[in-house]
Every structure is written in C-alpha cells, then in structure tokens.
Design a protein around this ligand. Structure first.
Ligand code: NAD
Ligand code: UDP
Length: 321
C-alpha cells in the first residue's frame, strides 16, 4: 500500500459527527485543516476544541455555494466530502437540501479537488444498497433502492454523487475515491438525531422506554467512529478508486441492540415497539474483503468498548446540551 502525506485538507461536513473526528485526527497529525460546514445538522461545538489549534480553521459555508467553495484560499492536497444530513430523521426533514448537497455540493467540491490536483474522497453509504437482496453486501452489488420512496432523497443523492465522482474521474482524471460507510456510532452523535444508537442511549439514561421499530428483527452492523476514521484515511492514502465498504462485522438485531444498551447503562428502561419506517432495510452487513486486502483495514474497537466510550460521552454532557 502506497502512503501519502497531506499538508492541507478540506473537510466538508467537518462539524458533524464523523467529520469532526476526521478533522481532529488530521489536525493531530499536523495537517492544516479547513472545515467547511453550514451546521444544518452538525454543530460548531463538535470542533470548538480545535479552534485554538494553529492548523485548524472553521468556515461557515454551504457546499452547494460554488463561490464559497472555489474562493477558499490556498491549495488543498486532500478533500474529504462529508457534508450531507445522514440520520433518516434529518434527511426526511431536509429532502431538497439532501439532494442538493449530493448533486450540486458534490460537483462543487469535486471541481475544487480537480483544480487543486487533490486526492478526493466521497462519503457514500451502505444505503446505496437499499433494502439489500444480497447479504452480506459486496461493492459489486448494485442495490435495491426505491427511487421515489421517502429514503430516496438520501439514497439517490449518494448514488448520483457516486456517478458524478466516477464521471469526473473519467473526464478530468480527478484522483477520486468512494467510501461506502456502514452504520457508525460514537461520541458526538446528537442525542436527538433519531438514529438507533443515540436514541437508545439517551432513552436508557433518562429511564424512558427504548423505541424499537417493528419487531426489532432488522439488523445493522455497527462500527465505532475511530475505526471508520481509520478506514477513510487508509482509503485516502491508497491508490484505490473503486468504491470501498467500511463497516463493522458485528451484525445485530435492533432488539438485541436495545437490550445491550439497557445492560451497558444499567437502566431500568423497558422496550416499546413503535411503527417501522417505510422502506427501512431489513438487514445490512458489509463484506469488507476489499478494505482488508487492499488497505489492511479491519475494525478494532469492540462493541463493549465503543459503547462504553459513547455512553460516557452522553453522560458527560450531550444530554444536557
Ligand atoms: P452529520 O449530520 O453529523 O454530519 C453531516 C455534516 O454535514 C453536518 O455537520 C452538517 O451540518 C453538514 N452539512 C450538511 N449539508 C451541508 C451543506 N450543504 N454544506 C455544508 N455542510 C453541510 O452526519 P454524519 O453521521 O457525521 O455523516 C457524515 C457523512 O458520512 C455524511 O455524508 C453521511 O452520508 C456519511 N455516512 C455516515 C454514516 C454514519 O453511520 N454516521 C453512514 C454512512 C454514510
Ligand atoms: N430504529 C429503532 N429505534 C429508533 C431509531 C431507529 O428501532 O429509535 C431502527 C430503524 O428503524 C432501523 C435501525 O434502527 O431499522 C437503524 O436505524 P438508524 O436510523 O440508526 O440507521 P439507518 O436506518 O440509517 O441504518
């Protein structure tokens, strides 16, 4: 595996959950980081601890604003395009914005990467596989997506973004890669962002019932954010251009997940079964052979350890925020 160094990086969506961990890791390794975010689902608080670092700068701007993206001063060696609402509750409330950041936003940020001859990584998602008919999901699976269902604003936005990256590379030679991230959890998820892990943890800590959708038999494979960041940066360092899955191997039903959270938080909360969202995928688990063989990447943080760190973070203030 070839390695590269990045004197300067642009992270769009850098004030979000995953983006803020990427910014932190890059700043710690000495890269000068510009974090561009319109804080529509993120928060300046996520990067406030980086503000005093000489090699970090926060820019409040929208990735869909061509002028803002092209006017960022200097040249970037690495561009990580992570701007996009990611929680189903968020993107269902922001349908047009989600489509816009996947299309116009991706085009603007790709164009900036091309101009700077930067390595570009698109944050894509396991949602491009939709409600998968193949299990586990390999990168060569085309997916099973409802193009007009409620989730399509996210799924199709990311699928379009993948097509845009592929065409840009073919036409302009942009050094672009695509990471398909599976369900990632950890500190800095918003307590109210609607995703299963933050919902369950905040409900358990408040002693409220944990809202399990349907009968809770649907599965997800969870990955701790530190492992996801390792995977993204390994992909960025590599010469790979093909889409690459990054995700956990610990496939779990949502009912089992709720039980694990109750146990880890020593909560007396019960479980309440609620309506299952439309087109909610029944199962999801990545085949990560490509990441393992081409990047030497495998997740390292156990669920017990990752959950402990996440619960500690929620206890320390997220619920009060
Ligand atoms: P998040 O909502 O916490 O972060 C997204 C960030 O993008 C937020 O800070 C938001 O304010 C910003 N943003 C949104 N639209 C923007 C725009 N037009 N201009 C500038 N900034 C904008 O979500 P996250 O979980 O950190 O996800 C980050 C990225 O990773 C997303 O692209 C998401 O699709 C992808 N991803 C995440 C997961 C996961 O499990 N967390 C899984 C698959 C893919
Ligand atoms: N889910 C749940 N209770 C909640 C929130 C989510 O049972 O309070 C379910 C949701 O229906 C889905 C799974 O948990 O089946 C994962 O949902 P999440 O929003 O975390 O991620 P995604 O659907 O994007 O994989």
């Amino acid at each position: 595996m070839q390695t590269r160094e990045w004197p300067r990086a642009l992270v769009t969506g850098g004030a979000g959950f995953v983006g803020s961990h990427l910014c932190e890791r890059l700043v710690d390794s000495g890269t000068e980081v510009v974090c561009l975010d319109n804080v529509v689902t993120g928060s300046h608080r996520n990067v406030a601890h980086l503000e005093h670092r000489a090699n970090f700068r926060f820019v409040h701007a929208d990735a869909t604003d061509d002028t803002a993206v092209s006017a960022l001063p200097g040249r970037f060696d690495l561009v990580l395009h992570f701007a996009c609402p990611a929680s189903p509750e968020d993107y269902l409330q922001l349908p047009l914005e989600t489509l816009e950041v996947g299309s116009t936003g991706t085009r603007n940020v790709l164009e900036r990467a091309r101009r700077d001859s930067a390595r570009f990584v698109l944050a894509s998602t396991s949602e491009v596989y939709g409600d998968p008919l193949e299990h586990p999901q390999r990168e060569d699976y085309w997916g099973n997506v409802n193009p007009i269902g409620p989730r399509s604003v996210y799924d199709e936005s990311k699928r379009f973004a993948e097509a845009l990256v592929t065409a840009h590379r073919a036409v302009s030679g942009t050094d672009a890669a695509i990471v398909r991230i599976f369900n990632t959890y950890g500190p800095r998820m918003r307590a109210g962002d609607g995703r299963a892990v933050p919902n369950f943890i905040s409900q358990a800590l408040r002693g409220e019932p944990l809202t399990v959708a349907g009968d809770g038999s649907q599965t997800r494979s969870l990955c701790y954010v530190g492992d996801t960041v390792d995977g993204v940066l390994s992909l960025a360092r590599s010469e790979l251009h093909t889409p690459t899955n990054i995700g956990g191997s610990d496939e779990v039903t949502m009912l089992e997940l709720a039980r694990r959270v109750i146990e880890a938080t020593e909560s007396r909360s019960r479980i309440r079964f609620v309506e299952r969202p439309v087109d909610d995928p029944a199962k999801r688990r990545p085949d990560t052979t490509r990441a393992r063989e081409c990047l030497g990447w495998t997740p390292r943080v156990s669920w017990a350890e990752g959950l402990r760190r996440t619960v500690d973070w929620f206890v320390d203030g997220a619920l009060a925020a």
